[in-house]
Design a protein around this ligand. Structure first.
Ligand code: F6P
Ligand code: MN
Length: 318
């Protein structure tokens, strides 16, 4: 079993941006080991799922763990001289860290915060970009991206754009290679969507899901299973493991005209991993990775997973 830092040395190469990304991933892994410890056994009388009393830039009420995880990630990045800017889902604006830094790190420090109190998997998502191109750049530019899951196992999925690496945290705070060839199966019989929004969906989403639900009697001629964890990281991890399609589309609710998920902090890093694993990630028009973010906190309709099924969904688009 290879240690995270050993594997990272092998990808560092002579490219200074890649070397900076490697240093960043090492620093994030240290912070995440501390966040995992905190989640397992909060010190003092900290109620991790309690409202912090504040809201983030998107209007979400922040939980205590959202705020703590954001501080811990920022502190870790402060120790990496290559990081010029920290973009956090939990902070209104970009946080400048080092004047001579060459990379930008965007993060959703605590994804799935509605699940903190329910003892269901949550995670930390990150995206690493070159600093020269500024804070708003297409996901295709990512140097590296990944996400950690705090679940029955604490894990990391990581890519530098080619293959994907998977690691698991041991009891001593060290990440080891899981020895898993990560590929998303092109074909699937499983979808993930929050079906409570059905009456708000646009007609293409409604028609696609109706045909999945029709099973062997419908046009798809096979039965589909459904899963919805409610933490993007956990739904994504399952799709990397056994295939599937995830949809958080635009819908008719006020404020959901571009879905719920954020392009910079959530969709871009997950899409970078998905494409590296042979899957597809789209907003319903084209690849997520080709979209230029209009603002740091912009939302995007997000559909990703098994390539054949994403193609099938696109056939329902007007
Ligand atoms: O970060 C947003 C998030 O918590 C994702 O992790 C998750 O996929 C989604 O929201 C769940 O949204 P909803 O509560 O609307 O199903
Ligand atoms: Mn999130």
């Amino acid at each position: 079993m290879s240690h995270l830092s050993t594997t990272l040395e092998s990808v560092a190469s002579r490219d200074p941006l890649r070397a900076a990304a490697v240093d960043t991933v090492k620093a994030l892994a240290l912070a995440v080991a501390d966040i995992a410890t905190l989640i397992r056994w909060p010190s003092g009388d900290v109620a991790l799922g309690a409202a912090s009393g504040s809201a983030n830039a998107d209007g979400d009420n922040q939980k205590a763990l959202d705020v703590l995880a954001d501080e811990m990630i920022q502190n870790a990045l402060c120790k990496v001289p290559s990081v010029a800017l920290y973009l956090s889902e939990e902070q209104d604006g970009a946080v400048p860290l080092h004047d001579s830094g060459t990379i930008i790190v965007a993060s959703d420090p605590l994804d799935g915060s509605s699940n903190i109190d329910t003892n269901v998997s949550v995670g930390t998502i990150f995206s690493i970009l070159p600093a020269v191109d500024g804070a708003l750049q297409a996901g295709r530019n990512q140097i590296a991206a990944g996400f950690f899951v705090y679940g029955p196992q604490t894990t990391l999925l990581l890519t530098f754009g080619e293959s994907i690496m998977a690691f698991q945290l041991d009891n001593d705070g060290q990440f080891y290679d899981m020895d898993w060839q990560v590929r998303i199966e092109p074909k699937t019989d499983e979808f993930a969507i929050n079906a409570s929004n059905m009456r708000q969906w646009q007609s293409d989403v409604a028609a696609y899901i109706a045909d999945c639900l029709a099973g062997t009697n419908g046009p798809r001629r096979r039965n589909f299973n459904m899963r919805w964890v409610g933490s993007l990281v956990a739904d994504a991890w399952r799709i990397f493991r056994r295939g599937g399609i995830f949809l958080y589309p635009a819908d008719a609710r006020s404020g959901y005209g571009a879905g719920r998920l954020r392009l910079v902090y959530e969709a871009n890093p997950v899409a970078f991993l998905v494409e590296a694993a042979g899957g597809k990630a789209v907003d319903g028009n084209g690849p997520i990775l080709d979209i230029l973010p209009e603002s740091l906190h912009a939302r995007v309709p997000f559909i990703f997973g098994s390539a054949n099924e994403v193609d099938e969904f696109m056939r329902y688009r007007p």
